[in-house]
Design a binder for this molecule. Sequence first.
Ligand code: AMP
Length: 456
Amino acid sequence: MSFEDLDLHPFILKAIHDAGYTTPTPIQQQAIPELIAGQDVMACAQTGTGKTAAFMLPALHLLSTPSQLRSRGPRILVLTPTRELALQVSDAAKKYGKYLPRTKVVSILGGMPYPLQNKLLSQPVDILVATPGRLIDHIQRGRIDFRRLQMLVLDEADRMLDMGFVEDVETIAAATPITRQTLLFSATLDNAIDKVAAKLLKTPKRIQVASHKTKLDNIEQRLHYADDMSHKNRLLDHVLRDEKLKQAIVFTATKRDADTLADNLYAQGFAAAALHGDMNQRERNRTLTRLRNGGLRVLVATDVAARGIDVADITHVINFDLPKFAEDYVHRIGRTGRAGAAGVAVSFASAKDNMHLSKIERYTGQRIASHVIPGLEPRIKPRLHSYGTKSAPNVTQKRKRSPFAGYGTRSNFGAGSELNGNRNEQHGRSFSHDNRSNSFRNRNNSSAGQHFARAK
Ligand code: AMP
């Protein structure tokens, strides 16, 4: 199937051609005809599958016909869990809609000044991309006219639910016309998602594409056991000096660890910077621009901040701390291996992390082989797996496919405060309770901060 078979407006096809896409991805092949036909759709598709274009191309196609209603309000509304994803979606809208006359794209995100947003909302808008918390504020102040809204997109709906946005999403949907077309994209379609879909979508067509397994096939996953923080830092230094590494994202558990680690890497001569939700939007944008321009080699980030980052030269993702959720592991390592390129995902773990690792492996259906770097061998004995192969500490060992086929959903690896903290990031408000619990984690966990504080 080619894009020409999808009946998209010729100006959209021209922009797709400029983007260098030749063939629609599976989610695009399945979703676009349904969406052009006006059908509600709930799609199980992860980042990296081309899901953004799967909803944005039909949305733009809809804009190619003028609205019957005289109003300035948005015709398309996309809700995303994070600011970074919202900016990514806005960029996609501008990229694919650049030849269409009516594609004014506005992003309404937490952490941005209200006066600017008020000004943007007072002008005609075609596509509004927003995080739920801030959008609610504007709706409650009567600043958005949804009369001509035709399409509502819930992007990464599972994550919006995880972050506690479900009520906000429902309130926003209730403010839009009942005649709208509704699309829901999610990494998993489980009961919680079904409940939301039952409320907001009309006899949706369900679409499911490539599972976590196939999506990760172009990413080599490696595990390094680390005895302590000093060992972890030496391993990181080794990985970052790999000459095949063009750009890397290093994930830490907390915002403070991201800052500390980035500062220390910078002091060691790496072009490194941090990205997390305590930074204001301007700082975050500046850092992302440096990453895209190649001015940064190492980005040290927390989960939410890094979601949606799409930079082709990211060859390595390093889990300095393992994620709490198995699906975050998939999102994290999906920052590399973009658009079919090869990528490397390195995870550092301690003996305590074996249960987490098993959960991740069950979720992805893939085994993460442990590697040992000569001179940096761990004192701890690598784990034996309950299924399949034993860990063989061998530098050249490649990832083996696990015979374990089943994988669950949303495995929670612990009762941390990060998700609550993340929600606050989106609202651009501060909640002292969450800040306290984050610093509690900093004090009690073996964090980068601790190590470097000791080392100084
Ligand atoms: P997404 O899943 O929306 O995060 O998209 C992942 C990446 O795939 C982005 O870099 C897109 O630019 C790219 N992409 C989307 N559709 C196609 C396509 N049909 N062919 C090649 N690349 C694509």
